[in-house]
Design a protein around this ligand. Structure first.
Ligand SMILES: CC(C)(COP(=O)(O)OP(=O)(O)OC[C@H]1O[C@@H](n2cnc3c(N)ncnc32)[C@H](O)[C@@H]1OP(=O)(O)O)[C@@H](O)C(=O)NCCC(=O)NCCS
Length: 188
């Protein structure tokens, strides 16, 4: 049985929402069962300031790799960027931590109090390179959606590049392309 099949089976027998403590700040522990490889034990929880260093290191590693190959010059650049997000008064972050204490997935975003209801704008979403494709991103997304919907958020919004794996990941997780919107840039 493939890793992905086992993850799906795990989902269907024990949907994460059934186990979620409904308090906004509480964490959720979950295991991705896998017969051919080791199980992945995850703690899904809100971001805490103790996580910054690992989030910065992981961001550099993930986005310097395929398919992004971003040219972040140093740890300090990424540290500045992520801290700008964190210092936003309406910042919200979520992480998936493995029992090795290593962070395997991160989502940084912020609240937008729109007239149609509260929105969560995803600024960054990433999974550790060697943990991608094992269902961790989907679990973190489900965890976030449960918490956000419990707190009256109406939608999640993000931008990403076309025709890269992330696009298929978001589609798989229920996102749709908004045909009315364009992303516009003016170089100065
Ligand atoms: C994109 C990303 C967040 C997805 O998280 P993940 O844990 O790897 O994804 P999952 O294992 O939960 O995948 C769920 C679905 O996404 C799609 N998907 C994920 N990776 C894919 C890939 N490399 N190619 C095609 N589809 C892919 C598949 O539809 C998959 O469903 P399936 O298992 O039934 O095929 C993660 O791979 C990542 O961090 N990539 C690099 C950074 C990045 O691109 N971040 C997003 C920036 S906007």
């Amino acid at each position: 049985m493939s890793i992905k099949a086992v993850v799906k089976e795990h989902f269907s027998h024990s949907p994460i929402s059934r186990h979620l403590n409904k308090h906004f700040l509480n964490a959720q522990e979950i295991t991705i069962k896998n017969t051919n490889w080791e199980d992945i034990n995850l703690e899904l929880r809100r971001f805490s300031s103790d996580d910054v260093f690992q989030c910065v290191e992981l961001f550099m590693r993930v986005f310097s790799s395929d398919p992004w190959f971003d040219n972040w010059l140093s740890f300090d650049y990424v540290n500045d960027y992520l801290n700008e997000l964190i210092l936003n008064p309406v910042f919200m972050g979520f992480v998936a931590r493995e029992d090795s204490d290593e962070i395997a997935a991160v989502c940084f975003g912020h609240k937008k109090s729109w007239w149609m209801g509260k929105e969560f704008i995803i600024d960054e979403f990433y999974v550790k390179n060697d943990r991608q494709g094992k269902g961790i991103g989907s679990l973190l997304m489900d965890y976030m959606v449960d918490i956000l919907s419990e707190n009256d958020y109406k939608r999640l919004i993000l931008t990403t590049n076309r025709n890269i794996p992330a696009q298929w990941f978001y589609i798989k997780n229920g996102f749709v392309n908004n045909e009315n919107r364009v992303v516009m840039i003016k170089e100065i």
